[in-house]
Design a protein around this ligand. Structure first.
Ligand code: C5P
Length: 220
């Protein structure tokens, strides 16, 4: 069978990562978490004292860090200049700054190129999750999924992940980040015209996984 390319987009807290990883593992495909790449470059900017409020300063160094993503869904790794950053990219500091960094066109151009290279070199195909995969990164993907869920469901899921986090504060931060991601000029979070929308509000994770697996199998 020819490699199948699956794009999964949507805001945070819709179960995108859990779904994408499980679908890839179940179907023997590679997996790419593009949010982790934007988090990694943001971590590098913060670590190197780059002013996050200054897009020109960010653009000037956007090509510097070497970002390497491992695409095994059972062990998705991410490193910057040889350092494993899987832990540090999940801090609140990086989470609150990633939207500003990822809005800079030079950052997007650089990361998009990495994503296309990985997607086209996956032997059996790949599940790529993000915000602009179906619209910009891989417009010719074999299948495009757009995951949604109510803000309440999304905040509840995220606070569950961040053990003990306040649901209201999580909800506010999440809504702010989605608004920034949806309103930026360069490839905002958006549903591609030919994407299948799946509302996960009332679905369990296994149900969402099954739904997406079925859709992929129809394309193979
Ligand atoms: O998916 P995750 O929540 O880890 O994404 C972190 C951030 O990375 C998003 O809020 C967004 O600013 C950025 N991102 C993006 N384009 C993508 C994936 C993530 O701009 N394809």
């Amino acid at each position: 069978a020819k490699p199948v390319i699956v794009a999964i987009d949507g805001p945070s807290g819709t179960g995108k990562s859990s779904t994408s990883k499980a679908v890839a593992a179940q179907l023997g495909l590679s997996y790419l978490d593009t949010g982790a790449q934007y988090r990694a470059i943001t971590w590098w900017m913060v670590s190197n004292g780059i002013d996050i409020e200054d897009p020109t300063a960010i653009a000037a160094v956007a090509a510097k860090p070497e970002i390497i993503s491992g695409t095994d869904p059972a062990n998705p790794t991410i490193s910057v200049d040889g350092t494993d950053v899987a832990g540090p990219i999940r801090t609140q500091e990086v989470t609150s700054k990633v939207s500003a960094v990822s809005a800079v066109p030079e950052v997007r151009a650089r990361i998009t190129e990495l994503q296309r290279t990985l997607a086209t070199s996956a032997e059996y195909g790949i599940v790529v999750e993000g915000r602009d995969i179906g619209t910009t990164v891989l417009p010719d993907a074999d299948l495009k999924i757009f995951l949604t869920a109510s803000p309440e469901a999304r905040a509840a899921r995220r606070s569950g992940e961040l053990k003990g986090a306040d649901v209201n504060a999580t909800r506010e931060a999440l809504i702010k980040r989605d608004a920034a991601d949806s309103s930026r000029k360069t490839s905002p979070l958006a549903k591609a015209g030919d994407a299948v929308e799946v509302d996960t509000t009332a679905l369990t994770l296994p149900q969402v996984i099954e739904c997406v697996v079925t859709l992929v199998e129809e394309k193979r």
